[in-house]
Design a protein around this ligand. Structure first.
Ligand code: BGC
Length: 255
């Protein structure tokens, strides 16, 4: 992978963990495609911040749950930035519904964004990396709920568990092309997905009681793991999940 001029695509990069990753990769020297779904203005802020670092940055609106838009995202990045070296599949949604009440629409939406979106972004990005012939990096932002059950979130947990086996499978198919594939599995991080919990003292206390380090994580801490995994130093790492959760998974006795 060429490190002089390298291009990273980050899905769902207008807020939360995706925003922090886009900024961190910009700091690391990448030109960045900031993908967003709805909030063009927030994505533009991220673009401007990265440009201020002296990199090129673009925003591309795309609903990655639609295969044509996922492919379009990669194609547009190549059109404007010339190549794709790194894909970070970060876009994800969470819908809380007891299993017995889950509708088909809720199920489809969560799986379509979290799993199908990551799948076809990875496919389009890998095809491009193979055309370039210099390898590449794919990182999926999954969750500790790759492993840990979370009641009332069966579609979410299924999507994250799916990302685990998706990553493990494609790392074998992409290794001959010098493309590494890994997952980063955050626990509770201070982002919009946890807004309700973070603003409710009782829910927050209950959450903190489950985290050995007794705090929620910062998006920048997750971005630092991604930064490492896409760096030249991590060239020998593929097929693994990196947990960043303040010890929450250990506390739950999982793995
Ligand atoms: C979920 C959060 C949750 C955290 C820890 C994340 O995957 O999106 O809602 O707080 O896991 O359970």
């Amino acid at each position: 992978m060429s490190r002089t001029e390298w291009v990273a695509v980050v899905t769902g990069a207008s807020s939360g963990i995706g925003r922090a990753i886009a900024m961190r990769l910009g700091q690391d020297g990448a030109h960045v495609c900031v993908n967003y779904h709805r909030d063009a203005r927030a994505a533009d802020d991220v673009r401007r911040e990265i440009e201020r670092m002296g990199r090129r940055a673009i925003t591309v609106g795309a609903d990655i749950s639609r295969v044509d838009e996922a492919r379009g995202l990669i194609a547009e990045t190549v059109r404007q930035l010339g190549r794709v070296d790194v894909l970070v599949n970060n876009a994800g949604i969470e819908i809380k519904h007891p299993f017995l009440e889950t509708t088909e629409a809720d199920y489809d939406r969560v799986l379509a964004v979290n799993l199908k979106g990551a799948y076809f972004c990875a496919q389009a990005a890998a095809q491009q990396m193979i055309r370039q012939g210099e390898g590449g990096r794919i990182v999926n932002i999954s969750s500790i709920h790759e492993d840990l059950p979370m009641p009332a979130h069966a579609p979410y947990c299924a999507s994250k568990g799916g990302l685990r086996m998706f990553m493990r499978t494609i790392c074998l198919e992409l290794a001959p092309h010098g493309i590494t594939v890994n997952n980063v599995a955050p626990g509770a991080i201070a982002t919009p997905i946890n807004r309700e919990t973070l603003h409710n003292p009782q829910l927050l206390a209950r959450l903190l009681a489950e985290i050995p380090l007794r705090r929620v994580g910062r998006p920048e801490e997750v971005a630092a793991v991604v930064s490492f995994l896409v760096s030249p130093e991590a060239a020998y790492i593929t097929g693994s999940t990196y947990v960043i959760d303040g010890g929450m998974l250990r506390n739950a006795g999982e793995l």
